[in-house]
Design a protein around this ligand. Structure first.
Ligand SMILES: NC(=O)c1ccc[n+]([C@@H]2O[C@H](COP(=O)([O-])OP(=O)(O)OC[C@H]3O[C@@H](n4cnc5c(N)ncnc54)[C@H](O)[C@@H]3O)[C@@H](O)[C@H]2O)c1
Length: 328
């Protein structure tokens, strides 16, 4: 069988590396392009001996490199991103990767007549829910430069479909957690930060009153959804949410982590983060209809798996990189 060739930009990152694991399981050939600014070699090391896998350390802003790699592939998945807290301090850099970087990948995809381009967007493009669950027609009202630059990436992707007929798909994952998630620096997310802090006997930090809510998916569910998007023609030209269809308050998640790790775990409330979205809750019925998407791992089970994974890591060392108010 001729294996399809997939370029995963940002494939050494948290979600990207799980997408790579699943693509290789499904007999694709994979090239990862990642500059390792937030991605880690340890996320992909286990594939380095696989003849169907290649890792290229480089940036999506490098036009000739992108052009050379895109030309070799049948499918492009763009997950190369700088995150929401990064955008608060470095709006221009954030815009360059999330918006301009997307345009560079799209243009190479158009030039080489590639079969499919998958843009990994974010629920942050919606801003706080004005109705729930949020379908793909929910207004887009980003609160941050991250959300705005991701939305620009979506707009460019749609423009390449409408103007040039490039076969594109926009996938909007809602919040995602699991092994390899970021606890460190400005990439650090609530669940991994809280786990690392609790394992090191430090209080879990909640920014604001903890009433903010999120739709949280376990990372293998999201990765499997993205791989399904590679396999279906019904998704072309579409925008698709993927989430768990469940809503949890941040405070409840902190309590769940405390329940698993023990009552000694403290919770500390601090001033809220600027631009924080208050409510996100996905309507994933399109994903269910178009690709048969169904999330399999619920929050409770996912938290147990994620905690076990962090317990198997060197969490005493990891705490040094956990940055508390990691946007200031
Ligand atoms: N984690 C979540 O909860 C979540 C939720 C919704 C959407 N998403 C989206 O999923 C995708 C992956 O996010 P993630 O959470 O895995 O983040 P991540 O930071 O782990 O992954 C992004 C990767 O992009 C790489 N990268 C950054 N700039 C680059 C550049 N110039 N050239 C090449 N590579 C570069 C980073 O090194 C990193 O490996 C992103 O598109 C993100 O917007 C994530």
């Amino acid at each position: 069988m001729d294996r399809m060739h997939v370029l995963v930009a940002g494939g050494a990152g948290f979600i990207g590396s799980h997408v790579v694991d699943h693509l290789l399981e499904k007999q694709y050939r994979v090239i990862v392009l990642d500059n390792l600014i937030n991605g880690k070699r340890s996320n992909i090391n286990h594939h380095l001996e696989n003849p169907h896998f290649r890792f290229i350390k480089g940036s999506i802003l490098n036009h000739p490199l992108v052009d050379m790699l895109v030309k070799k592939c049948d499918i492009i998945i763009n997950m190369a991103t700088l995150g929401v807290r990064h955008s608060i301090r470095y709006p221009f850099q954030n815009h360059r990767i999330n918006a301009e970087g997307t345009l560079i990948l799209l243009e190479a995809t158009r030039r080489h007549h590639i079969k499919r381009y998958i843009q990994i967007s974010s629920s942050e493009v919606y801003g706080t829910a004005i109705y729930i669950p949020q379908n793909e027609n929910h207004r887009t009202f980003p609160h941050t430069v991250y959300g705005a630059s991701k939305l620009a990436g979506d707009a460019y992707t749609r423009a390449y479909w409408l103007t040039y007929g490039v076969p594109t798909v926009i996938v909007r994952p809602f919040n995602t957690f699991g092994p390899r998630s970021h606890y460190e620096g400005d990439a650090g997310e609530f669940i991994p930060k809280s786990i690392i802090r609790a394992l090191n006997k430090l209080p879990i930090l909640i920014f604001g009153d903890g009433q903010q809510s999120r739709d949280l998916s376990y990372v293998t569910d999201i990765a499997h959804g993205i791989v399904k998007v590679c396999q279906s023609d019904r998704v072309l030209g579409k925008t698709i949410n993927i989430g768990s269809n469940r809503e949890y308050r941040i405070l409840d998640i902190a309590e769940m982590i405390r329940k698993i790790l023990g009552d000694h775990v403290q919770i500390e409330f601090q001033n809220k983060r600027p631009g924080d979205v208050l409510r996100l809750f996905a309507d994933s019925s399109n994903a269910q209809k178009l690709i048969g998407y169904q999330s399999k791992v619920d929050l409770q089970e996912g938290l147990h798996k994620t905690i076990s994974w962090f317990q198997s890591q060197n969490f005493h060392q990891m705490i040094k990189d956990e940055a508390g108010r990691n946007w200031e």
